[in-house]
Design a protein around this ligand. Structure first.
Ligand SMILES: Cc1cc2nc3c(=O)[nH]c(=O)nc-3n(C[C@H](O)[C@H](O)[C@H](O)COP(=O)(O)O)c2cc1C
Length: 220
């Protein structure tokens, strides 16, 4: 089986989507004759090229980070390029991998509905979606993410053998669906600390001021 994997993380260097995919691919390729074609989408031209590769592919996995309960703008650009293919992709298998920072799977459930609808509008076979929260730090601490990476490996392995996603396995992997209600006082302090220790440091490292963090490069 040849699987075309589209990585839509907008980052230019190491990215969590890619790390998760590495584990998935290792599992997938344990079955002899399974082949992978990687398509990296992180600049304008690559989104256009990706649409052509999508049309030619027999089985597809579209992977990206959750951005504001949806997708990075570039992934949306890619999906919009598929418009001429609506209703014309009969027999093409399409699945998704969406990973993100918050732990609960519910953050990606709205997007899941959209992706399923889109796949069906293209007349592809909807394979399902690998949803995994708690992935924010995996590029910084691969050891700490061992369980997350092992889970992706197992899903890849099962998919490599059965050629379909195992729904039970995906549900187990994406748990918890929601978190228990937290004490609001503790949460307020926790978020202040996260802003101070994580986001402010990250802004500083990337030369971003508080004001420029509201930039809207895609507005026009
Ligand atoms: C602009 C932006 C929006 C984000 N929105 C969300 C979000 O809505 N929910 C969430 O849990 N994580 C969100 N994240 C965190 C990313 O999904 C997370 O860091 C992911 O692992 C990044 O993957 P990557 O390294 O492959 O790009 C956001 C990150 C950025 C930069």
């Amino acid at each position: 089986m040849k699987l075309s994997i589209f990585n839509g993380s907008p980052k230019l260097g190491i990215n969590n989507t890619g790390i998760l995919l590495e584990s998935f691919i290792t599992g997938f390729q344990e079955t002899p004759d399974n082949e992978v074609e990687m398509i990296r989408m992180n600049n304008e031209q690559s989104y256009k090229d990706a649409a052509i590769r999508f049309e030619a592919a027999e089985a597809v996995l579209i992977a990206f980070p959750l951005y504001s309960y949806a997708m990075p703008a570039g992934v949306k650009t890619f999906l919009e390029q598929l418009e001429p293919l609506l209703g014309k992709c009969t027999g093409k298998k399409v699945g998704f991998l969406v990973q993100f920072g918050f732990v609960e799977a519910i953050h990606a459930r709205g997007l899941e509905k959209y992706l399923e609808h889109l796949t069906k509008a293209l007349d592809c076979d909807y394979e399902g979606i690998i949803i995994k929260g708690g992935c924010d730090g995996i590029s910084r601490n691969k050891k700490g993410a061992k369980k997350i990476l092992m889970g992706a490996y197992e899903i890849g392995k099962t998919y490599g053998i059965e050629k379909v996603f195992n729904k039970e396995q995906l549900d187990k992997y994406s748990a918890p669906e929601i978190q228990k209600k937290q004490n609001p006082f503790v949460m307020k302090i926790l978020f202040r600390l996260i802003n101070k220790l994580y986001w402010e440091k990250s802004f500083k490292k990337n030369g971003v001021t508080y004001e420029s963090s509201f930039a809207r490069p895609y507005e026009n």
